[in-house]
Design a protein around this ligand. Sequence first.
Ligand SMILES: [Zn+2]
Length: 115
Amino acid sequence: MGLLDQIQFKKATTEPPQSIEVNDKQEFLIAWPGVLAVVPSLRLRDSCPCAGCIEEGTGKKILDTASIPADIRPLEVRAVGSYAVQIQWSDGHGSGIYSWETLRRLSGVDEQPAG
Ligand SMILES: [Zn+2]
């Protein structure tokens, strides 16, 4: 029994989406394996995981939802490695990196019963 026996890594279970598109209603169409999720821009912007929107450590939300323009839309969606996307928003904010896990949660596709 060495010290390293205690280390456990969280298994990455979230598969990457097959594609991400933005439609003319500024909704994200995220194609997960077997399910297409439609996610409004406002929901993604409101759930920005960056340190300016979420307090590090506590996970408390700092961002005021009311401060987000109703017509919020993405200007650029850029892949970050093979694990996330970074979204530049029309309100000038662009530091949020959305991991597949975060996107999956915001997609709401796991709320259905499995199997
Ligand atoms: Zn943010």
